[in-house]
Design a protein around this ligand. Structure first.
Ligand SMILES: Cc1cc2nc3c(=O)[nH]c(=O)nc-3n(C[C@H](O)[C@H](O)[C@H](O)COP(=O)(O)OP(=O)(O)OC[C@H]3O[C@@H](n4cnc5c(N)ncnc54)[C@H](O)[C@@H]3O)c2cc1C
Ligand SMILES: NC(=O)c1ccc[n+]([C@@H]2O[C@H](COP(=O)([O-])OP(=O)(O)OC[C@H]3O[C@@H](n4cnc5c(N)ncnc54)[C@H](OP(=O)(O)O)[C@@H]3O)[C@@H](O)[C@H]2O)c1
Length: 383
């Protein structure tokens, strides 16, 4: 859901061109991964947001990949094609701005197979019984790989354009409070970069921000409300925040907000990353929040600072007695970051805490955590 301010003409349909003011790494050089802090300006937009909300960004594709695709397809780039929204544009612009040019779907695979006369590939793309084989084949494979592997698959520009999906915006948790940074939005974004099939690959939006938007240039943005992920209305309520990696983003915003409003409730943050000296995201700020009493407890899990992995959920188990005390005092429990593994492991750890310290059976502990959810004291924003 997109908000907008009655006074503002800007929306998801008409994104605001927000100038990029700051782009800096939060990681030590040479780490092999890069998570960055961004600031964009929304001055003059009439837009407003609350902590917990996300910012939507419309990215552009990498120009070098666009050019490689054009030359592989034998297009000049000037040929007229129709966008998924029905506008006529040169094919270079369509590939650069309007369509997904990285991840292939089965429709495109089937079209390539048909043009190239590869019956096995065609059956993989069209036979539901071969769904898993298709997923294996597509893992790490991009559209450019298919075009290179099947040079006999020739398309006209309109034929090719009709096979592509519309490029979608990406959402990012807002890492700032509007009370602490009026007219600004801060983000914490992990740059996606990896190798597959012998080629370097790049996440579209995270590398658009990291590499392709010069400081001062506008980024098309909109706000995405997250009513389920607000701070408690009662500023006296304690909060427990679990946010490893980029999951820290909304919690930096919460801490800024609670400081700005003078909220009296206690704040406890569980943060995790690889190494204290390499990717302790916002480390100095978090330690300052802790020193000045705005953050009552700061519990850290550096997974690679010792021989065995230590994650936030391990720290939760170590802190079981205190966690239970906070929960019984009415604390709200927040989780942000990886949905695939972390959020599940954290929930399991919470059940374990309730079981161990609360003296409950596994079923009772599960019901206790379920009740936290139904009473909206367990709030998640995971991706
Ligand atoms: C509500 C919400 C909030 C979010 N908040 C944040 C945030 O605060 N910070 C943040 O960084 N992200 C956040 N995200 C994720 C963000 O929206 C994007 O999904 C992310 O930045 C990747 O987008 P991209 O365009 O760079 O990559 P894409 O071009 O979309 O590529 C991502 C894809 O690359 C593939 N991939 C990635 N790594 C590998 C690998 N090693 N091997 C093979 N394939 C791989 C996977 O298929 C993955 O789906 C959030 C998402 C949601 C829904
Ligand atoms: N859907 C998307 O497109 C998308 C985009 C960006 C990020 N994400 C997810 O969001 C998360 C945050 O991204 P990030 O790059 O900032 O994180 P990250 O740096 O990869 O991970 C942060 C910390 O979490 C640890 N960790 C790994 N598995 C864990 C688990 N099961 N439970 C708890 N901690 C775990 C990592 O340890 P080790 O690395 O040492 O194991 C590291 O110490 C990632 O896990 C990523 O999968 C998803």
């Amino acid at each position: 859901m997109s908000i907008p301010a009655a006074s503002s003409p800007w929306s998801r349909k008409n994104p605001f061109p927000a100038p990029l003011r700051v782009n800096r790494s939060l990681c030590a050089p040479g780490l092999g991964k890069d998570t960055r802090h961004y600031e964009v300006s929304i001055a003059g937009s009439g837009l407003a947001y609350e902590v917990g909300d996300s910012l939507g960004i419309f990215p552009q594709n990498e120009p070098a990949l666009v050019e490689e695709m054009l030359s592989t397809l034998g297009f000049s780039g000037e040929e007229a094609v129709t966008t998924p929204d029905g506008h006529e544009v040169p094919v270079r612009r369509l590939l650069g701005r309007n369509c997904v040019i990285t991840e292939p779907d089965k429709k495109l695979v089937a079209a390539v197979a048909l043009k190239a006369g590869d019956t096995d590939l065609h059956s993989m793309a069209t036979d539901p019984a071969r769904k898993d084989a298709l997923a294996d084949y597509l893992w790490g494979r991009e559209i450019i790989d298919l075009l290179i592997e099947y040079p006999t698959a020739r398309f006209t520009p309109p034929e090719f354009a009709a096979l592509l999906r519309k490029l979608q915006p990406r959402l990012y948790s807002i890492a700032s409070s509007p009370k602490a940074h009026p007219d600004e939005v801060h983000l914490c974004v992990a740059t996606i970069a990896y190798d597959s099939l012998g080629r370097p690959r790049k996440g579209v939006c995270s590398t658009y921000l990291a590499e392709r938007v010069p400081t001062g240039e506008p980024v098309p943005v909109f706000f995405h409300t997250a009513k389920h992920f607000r701070l408690p209305e009662n500023g006296d309520a304690p909060i427990i925040m679990v946010g490893p990696g980029t999951g820290i983003a909304p919690f930096r915003a919460y801490l800024e907000e609670r400081r700005a409003t003078g909220a009296k409730g206690k704040n406890w943050l569980f943060f995790g990353s690889r190494q204290r000296t390499e990717d302790f995201l916002y480390g100095e700020e978090l330690e300052a929040f802790h020193r000045d009493g705005a953050l009552h407890r700061l519990t850290l899990a550096f997974s690679r600072d010792q021989a065995h992995k230590i994650y936030v959920q391990h720290r939760m188990r170590e802190e079981a007695a205190e966690l239970w005390k906070w929960l019984e005092e009415g604390a709200y429990f927040y989780v942000c970051g990886d949905a695939k593994h972390m959020a599940k492991d954290v929930e399991e750890a919470l059940v374990h805490v309730v079981e161990q310290v609360g003296g409950k059976s596994h079923e009772e502990a599960t019901a206790y955590v379920q009740a936290l959810k139904t009473t909206k004291r367990y709030r998640k924003d995971v991706y």
